[in-house]
Design a protein around this ligand. Structure first.
Ligand code: PEP
Length: 253
């Protein structure tokens, strides 16, 4: 059975103390997860070790970093390598968030390297793709996201691809309060799965969770997650609120 995932992306928000309190509140809700359900917290680098020790007693609750370097090691001041993340027990890493692509000029080629670093270090990439508003308005979003997948993921083996998590995040819906309609999300997720199937085979495409991201909240999560190809969400703003995010976790059921 394909995994269903509620992933929180804290971005550059919360102090250490606020983050600890938020995790305590969410974990304190004691929401039991089925074997195929997971909750992932993508927290800032300095909070990874604290967050790992908070979640490690909980079944199917995990942490993630929000980024890693495309380089293996060396003179890259301020960067964090996938090897370092692995050494502190980080199992997931968000790769290619649109904010990284836009503000830090991360190209599809750089992201392909980051994906490689993750796999070399036994870290599952949560690979983000998605189109800006102008592309959606021109109705060329399918080709746009297909290129993102091709240029960053198509060099992988089928075994590696089967371990991926994909997050479809239309840029026009991130942090804007605008959500893709359930029909728009389902249509794109089905397209992404068909692109993955054409490259890696149906069996591989069938096990890759494809999360939706873009103003997911308690009020729309149930409907979005009910679509056959929407396997959960990558959640920004609403993941900073325990009441909202616990409702989103419950929406996986
Ligand atoms: C995100 O940053 O991944 C995101 C989807 O943000 P928001 O939920 O705030 O739109």
């Amino acid at each position: 059975m394909r995994k269903k995932i509620a992933a929180a992306n804290w971005k550059m928000n919360l102090t250490f103390q606020q983050g600890e309190k938020l995790l305590d509140e969410i974990l304190g809700a004691g929401i039991p997860l089925a074997p195929h359900q997971e909750v992932v917290f993508a927290v800032p680098f300095p909070y990874l070790i604290m967050s790992r020790s908070e979640v490690e007693e909980e079944m199917n609750y995990f942490i993630s970093s929000q980024n890693c370097s495309q380089h293996k090691s060396g003179a890259y001041t301020g960067e964090v390598s996938a090897e370092m993340l692995h050494s502190v027990g980080v199992p997931y890493c968000v790769i290619g968030h649109s904010e990284r692509r836009e503000y830090f000029a991360e190209s599809n080629a750089i992201l392909a390297e980051k994906v490689n670093r993750c796999f070399e270090n036994d870290i599952i990439p949560i690979f983000c793709c998605g189109e800006p508003l102008a592309i959606r308005e021109a109705d060329t979003q399918n080709a746009f996201v297909e290129t993102q997948l091709k240029e960053s993921l198509f060099h992988l083996s089928a075994e590696q691809a089967a371990r991926l998590v994909i997050a479809y995040e239309p840029i026009w819906a991130i942090g804007t309060g605008k959500t893709a309609s359930t029909a728009q999300a389902q249509e794109m997720h089905a397209h992404l799965r068909s692109v993955l199937a054409a490259k890696f085979g149906d069996a591989v495409a069938d096990v890759i969770p494809i999360l939706y991201g873009g103003s997911v909240k308690a009020a729309n999560a149930v409907e979005l997650f009910a679509s056959p190809d929407v396997d959960g969400g990558l959640v920004g703003g609403a993941s900073l609120n325990a009441v909202e995010f616990t409702a989103i976790i419950r929406a996986l059921a």
